[in-house]
Design a protein around this ligand. Structure first.
Ligand code: HEC
Ligand code: HEC
Length: 327
């Protein structure tokens, strides 16, 4: 098992490195070129160049008569279907959102939501297939997203740079936090991460009140930081969570049970195995019971089961699990 990890871990790191390097090179190629390198102007002009370049918005959207893509709504004023350009349209959609949510929602909130959580409001007549623009392959940074929002708002809207950049509303600030967390985790796609989590982890881990109880609850886990979370997945035994040490119990017949000690009282001990089975052993029947700190009950071959993308997606999903507040 440990051999597997020493093989898989460097491999994952190399793949991640290459992945980030490719992303970086592409940014250099398609972004503002050498003179601006990674720095984007948070302005409608900066956003316009991202819209028609790195952001690939033009592959699905057009602006009035500019461009020819129709997979997503036109962002300009266009025929009967789009009587209002995006900035003005956002104000109308925002009042719909405010009514539905029963709380304040500004035009900027609407545009930011379209980017941060596209599934929340799906424009009538279109499919829920707007790209997650802060995840690969597009991977816009928060700055680039702010620039694009400024461009959208400049199309017939009330362009308030403070609301977009320096003094965002609570709703916008929460979306920005989500985007930053996802970007910090290598730009993973948290939506897919949630699905991967459900398939591979929820049998053992509770998250926000749902899931199994073999491992510790992961509610609010982002507080422990990206490094701890990624190590916990790649090398579970490296830092066993307190109270979740692995016990090896051998009874008088020589039978061995490995798992978590979930009860120790009244002459009996419960060992919960990785599959959830609980084995009860009378203390009189125990030959030896020891902690094995080289093993975790959490499987150490998960990194083999997950693709690099799934791994990044799950990291970004877990980095969004904030302790209480917001959301
Ligand atoms: C893969 C295609 C695709 C890409 C790429 C894409 N979008 Fe979209 N977008 C859509 C679709 C489809 C919708 C309509 C469904 C919905 O509301 O989610 C949409 C909706 C929107 C809306 C809401 C429009 C309205 O009328 O309310 C905005 C704003 C938006 N996109 C902005 C962008 C920006 C900015 C980019 C680039 C950074 C972008 N989109 C990239 C497909 C795409
Ligand atoms: C068979 C049960 C099991 C499965 C499946 C499992 N875990 Fe675990 N996990 C545990 C146990 C037990 C611990 C505590 C011991 C340890 O730290 O290794 C743990 C610890 C963790 C921790 C550290 C928690 C903390 O508070 O420090 C993280 C993060 C974690 N798991 C994430 C995941 C993810 C992500 C997946 C799915 C890819 C997963 N686990 C699948 C049982 C499991």
């Amino acid at each position: 098992m440990n051999v597997t990890i020493t093989r898989v871990f460097p491999f994952l790191l190399i793949v991640l490195g290459v992945f980030l390097w490719i992303g970086y090179s592409i940014t250099e190629l398609t972004g503002g070129g050498q003179k601006t390198s990674a720095a984007v102007d948070i302005s409608p002009e900066g956003g316009e160049s991202i819209y028609w370049g790195k952001g690939r918005c033009f592959t699905c959207h057009s602006v009035g008569g500019q461009g020819s893509a129709v997979r997503g709504p036109n962002h300009g004023q266009f025929g009967d279907k789009f009587p209002l350009p995006m900035g003005a349209r956002a104000a109308v959609r925002a009042s719909e959102r405010a009514e539905k949510l029963g709380s304040e929602f500004t035009a900027v909130d609407y545009v930011v939501e379209s980017l941060a959580n596209p599934g929340a409001y799906v424009v009538q007549g279109y499919k829920n297939e707007m790209a997650v623009v802060y995840a690969p392959p597009i991977s816009l940074s928060l700055k680039e997203i702010k620039a694009v929002v400024a461009y959208m708002m400049s199309l017939g809207g009330d362009l308030d740079m403070a609301a977009i950049d320096t003094a965002p509303s609570e709703v916008t600030a929460a979306f920005y936090a989500k985007i930053s967390a996802a970007a910090a985790a290598g730009g993973g796609d948290p939506e897919n991460g949630a699905v991967v989590f459900e398939d591979n982890c929820s049998e053992c881990h509770t998250l926000n009140g749902e899931g199994g109880e073999i491992g510790p609850s992961l509610t609010g886990i982002s507080a422990k930081g990206l490094k701890h979370i990624s190590e916990s997945i790649l090398q579970p035994a490296k830092a066993l969570a307190k109270g979740f040490e692995t016990y090896v119990l051998v009874d008088n017949d020589g039978r061995q049970t490995v798992g978590l000690k979930t009860r120790d009282e009244a002459g009996e001990v419960d060992i919960t195995k990785a599959n959830g089975d609980v084995v009860t052993v009378a203390k009189a029947d125990i030959k030896s019971i020891k902690i094995d700190d080289t093993k975790s009950v959490m499987p150490d071959d998960l990194s083999e089961a997950l693709t690099v993308k799934d791994y990044q997606d799950i990291l970004s999903f877990l980095m969004l699990q904030k302790p209480k507040a917001e959301q």
